[in-house]
Design a protein around this ligand. Structure first.
Ligand SMILES: Cc1cc2nc3c(=O)[nH]c(=O)nc-3n(C[C@H](O)[C@H](O)[C@H](O)COP(=O)(O)O)c2cc1C
Ligand SMILES: O=C(O)C(=O)c1ccccc1
Length: 361
């Protein structure tokens, strides 16, 4: 893959290779896709006020997160259905995560069983949890993730009501024969309903617990000894509440612009959330629109402990399986390393908010 130098080139290659239904599902956002676009663009409105003359000979990208030391501050966001992109799906992804020295967050809606994913892992796997109306099925999922050896749970809070995704409706999105949600079958959950339009909305409406509330975070934190993260927060007051209700970490996210359209670009709300969580010890990850090392640098400088990427992982997977995912992570980590060096910074801890300023109009 030596002719590919950027994550954007991986997207182009994946777009050529994937069936339209799959590409549109991966790439798309909610409604007018305004948040989807703004997530990306918001980084361009920030400038890096770099230092010179700092001796940047020896640099490290390593961070501590969730009590684990990892080589790379770029984690793999939970995304559904990796077998739509490559034969081995989540197994390719988790092997790549291990080789890149980072965490894979496995989706509830993975197309490979959590036990098999952890067995193939050489690094940490966290489990992303959707809460089902059927609490026993939800409890079973938590127990399976624990028994398999996942080292944290990530409760997704921004998808209890399904958004309008016009691309999926138009394409009649559904899972092809032979690909299924392997973490749910044991608990007797139905697979995709037969509907016109997208099968996703119907699935979520039938199965996800729309009554999810803050006390359910206490419930989950009490149910498990694993660290609990909450994903999908875009406000300081919600972040604070999450900490009060037992969250060990918060993922600042708008679901990659796939849920509430016109919700704010994540990088614009990160400072408010960092401020709200000051002194609580709650860790912070963020995702949405990260495509360049300078985007990662900006998020880390503004106070995120690490970042996650969603779609670029799927582009790597579609283009070249495990090697593609490794290359995506390598390209982005290399860009971050270059950006840090040119900013006069040698470690992630030394990335501070004074490095970032709004672009002068
Ligand atoms: C195809 C796709 C599937 C996703 N599935 C899930 C999921 O199962 N659970 C979840 O919490 N988030 C899911 N997300 C959201 C991602 O975890 C993440 O928030 C988002 O992709 C980050 O934005 P980015 O794609 O611009 O990097 C999904 C995103 C995409 C693109
Ligand atoms: O597509 C998604 O963003 C996602 O999170 C999801 C949720 C439920 C069913 C399938 C995918």
């Amino acid at each position: 893959m030596s002719s590919i130098f950027s994550l954007e080139q991986y997207r182009e290659k994946a777009c050529k290779q994937l069936p339209k239904m799959v590409y549109d599902y991966y790439a798309g956002g909610a409604s007018d896709e305004i948040t989807l676009r703004n997530n990306d663009r918001a980084y361009d409105r920030l400038a890096i006020r770099y230092h010179v003359m700092q001796d940047v000979e020896d640099r490290s990208l390593s961070i501590s997160i969730g009590g684990e030391r990892i080589d790379c501050p770029i984690l793999i966001a939970p995304t559904a259905f990796h077998r739509l992109a490559s034969e081995q799906g989540e197994l390719d992804t988790v092997r790549a995560a291990g080789n890149a020295g980072t965490v894979m967050i496995l989706s509830t809606l993975a197309t490979t069983a959590v036990e098999d994913v952890v067995a193939a892992a050489s690094g940490p796997v966290w489990f992303q949890l959707y809460v089902y109306r059927d609490r026993q099925a939800t409890r079973d999922l938590v127990r399976r993730a624990e028994a398999a050896g996942c080292s944290a749970l990530v409760l997704t809070a921004d998808a209890q009501v399904w958004s309008v995704r016009e691309r999926d409706e138009r394409n009649g999105f559904t899972l092809p024969e032979g690909i299924s949600m392997q973490n749910l079958e044991a608990s007797g959950k139905p697979t995709f309903p037969e509907t016109e339009g997208s099968g996703l909305g119907a699935y979520v409406e039938q199965n996800f617990d729309r009554s999810l509330k803050w006390s359910d975070l206490d419930w989950l934190a009490g149910l498990t000894d694993l660290p609990v993260w909450i994903k999908g927060v875009v406000r300081g007051d919600d972040a604070r509440r999450a900490a009060e209700h037992g969250a060990d970490g918060v993922i600042v996210s708008n679901h990659g612009g796939r849920q509430l359209d016109t919700s704010p670009a994540t990088i614009t709300v990160l400072p408010e959330i960092v401020q709200a969580l000051e002194g609580t010890g709650t860790e912070i990850l963020m995702d949405g629109g990260i495509r360049r090392g300078t985007d990662v640098l900006k998020a880390l400088a503004l106070g995120a402990d690490g970042v996650c990427i969603g779609r670029p992982i799927l582009w790597g997977l579609a283009a070249n399986g495990q090697a593609g995912v490794e290359d995506v992570l390598r390209i982005l980590a290399n860009e971050l390393d270059v950006a840090m060096g040119l900013s006069g910074v040698t470690s992630v801890d030394d990335l501070t908010p004074d490095l970032i300023a709004p672009v002068a109009e």
